[in-house]
Design a protein around this ligand. Structure first.
Ligand SMILES: Cc1cc2nc3c(=O)[nH]c(=O)nc-3n(C[C@H](O)[C@H](O)[C@H](O)COP(=O)(O)OP(=O)(O)OC[C@H]3O[C@@H](n4cnc5c(N)ncnc54)[C@H](O)[C@@H]3O)c2cc1C
Length: 356
């Protein structure tokens, strides 16, 4: 329905039925929808809303070969085919460039061996974008290649699904044993897989920050409303400074964060997705933390009802708590900001990325 209404493809170029949506536009929209609370307009489970966040499709448009685009764009846009992201391994998460999964060329094919974990969405994905080292040594940004691997391939095994704080789960631990794919399965160029991941992270992190900001603002808005209605000891909760002050502090952070998100997204649109890596990290880790703080405060202001599933705050907390760990945990985002601040990172774009 959202597609028929013309909203769903907003971020895509016009030639793909979209509206050439910008990073700034997506940030404004995602904050707006998350600020309305949970519902079909803001489905936390798949991070879509009536404006799609179709990461796979955006990457395909940016990095697919002509043949891959012809094969993939329509099914990705219509949701009939998709791929999961296989980067993290049991022994390597934050240090993904140390991955142990390898792919070795054999004629026109590649043979992949290794294990991946936390592979989200693998229960229905027909393909998995497997990152494997094809050259170089552990820790190198270059030499990692992305392969689009059919999940039905011989040697592709789901070992277990990991349960989380925010059940139900769709995150699998998988093993690849001598999985063979054709050379044409390479996505984004041989040895250049990290760029694909970083591109996804950079643009998704600012959208995620905007969603967390919207959800934080929802928690504050609801708390203010409730504090004016609820009357323990015969007077509105809102008359107590112990209720007001923490909400004012959260509101102040929302106002400041909104300004930084808008400025950062605007710069990304003008100067490129990788031009603001440190600011994207700042927005992301702060927004995710702020959302958890706001959801926690909303539970407190709403008392027993706040802790219950009759209110959405515990769900918002469970969901957004995840973002403090995934797609670059907050320490890793802070580490990146420090890298630029203290001069340990000389290039503007993240590791493994060549601009231009
Ligand atoms: C719900 C969920 C969904 C996920 N979906 C996917 C997916 O679809 N595909 C995929 O590939 N992965 C996925 N992941 C994996 C996720 O990206 C990793 O969990 C994340 O990158 C952190 O890696 P790790 O768990 O191995 O933690 P580790 O890297 O072992 O880190 C442990 C802790 O130490 C901190 N730390 C690490 N290094 C440093 C340092 N140098 N300085 C200070 N602190 C440090 C980290 O920030 C973290 O808090 C998912 C994870 C979860 C929980």
């Amino acid at each position: 329905m959202a597609d028929e209404a013309g909203f769903y493809r907003y971020p895509l170029a016009e030639e793909f039925g979209g509206r050439n949506g910008s990073n700034l536009g997506m940030a404004v929209i995602r904050e707006h929808l998350a600020r309305k609370g949970l519902g079909l307009h803001n489905d936390l489970q798949n991070e879509h809303s009536i404006v799609g966040n179709n990461v796979g499709l955006l990457l395909m448009i940016a990095y697919g070969t002509d043949e891959q685009k012809a094969d993939w764009i329509t099914p990705l846009a219509e949701g009939t085919r998709g791929f999961a992201f296989g980067i993290t391994e049991p022994n390597h998460g934050s240090d993904a460039t140390h991955m142990e999964t390898v792919a070795v060329r054999d004629g026109d094919e590649w043979v992949i061996n290794g294990e991946k974990t936390w592979n989200t969405g693998i229960h229905h994905a027909q393909y998995d974008m497997i990152m494997a080292r094809t050259s170089g040594k552990a820790g190198d940004g270059g030499g990692i290649t992305a392969f689009l691997v059919p999940t039905q391939s011989p040697g592709f095994e789901v070992l277990e699904y990991l349960w989380t704080f925010n059940m139900p789960t769709d995150h699998a631990h998988i093993r690849l044993t001598d999985v063979r794919v054709p050379h044409s399965a390479i996505f984004g160029g041989e040895g250049k897989g990290l760029q694909v991941v970083q591109h996804f992270f950079n643009e998704n992190r600012i959208r995620q920050a905007a969603s967390s900001l919207g959800a934080a603002q929802f928690c504050i808005d609801e708390s203010v409303k409730y504090a004016k209605e609820r009357k323990p000891f015969g007077k509105p909760l809102a008359t107590n400074q112990a209720i007001q002050f923490p909400l004012v502090e959260l509101q102040t952070q929302c106002e400041m964060l909104r300004a930084l998100i808008h400025k950062t997204a605007w710069h990304m649109d003008r100067d490129g997705a990788f031009s603001q890596s440190d600011k994207v990290s700042m927005c992301n880790y702060w927004a995710n933390r702020l959302c958890c703080d706001a959801a926690d405060r909303a539970m407190q202001v709403h008392g027993g009802m706040g802790y219950s599933r009759h209110k959405p705050f515990e769900h918002i907390y469970r969901h957004h708590r995840r973002y403090r760990i995934t797609e670059g945990a907050e320490e890793i985002q802070i580490r990146r900001v420090a890298g630029y601040m203290f001069g340990f990172m000389s290039q503007r774009a993240p590791k493994g990325v060549s601009e231009g």
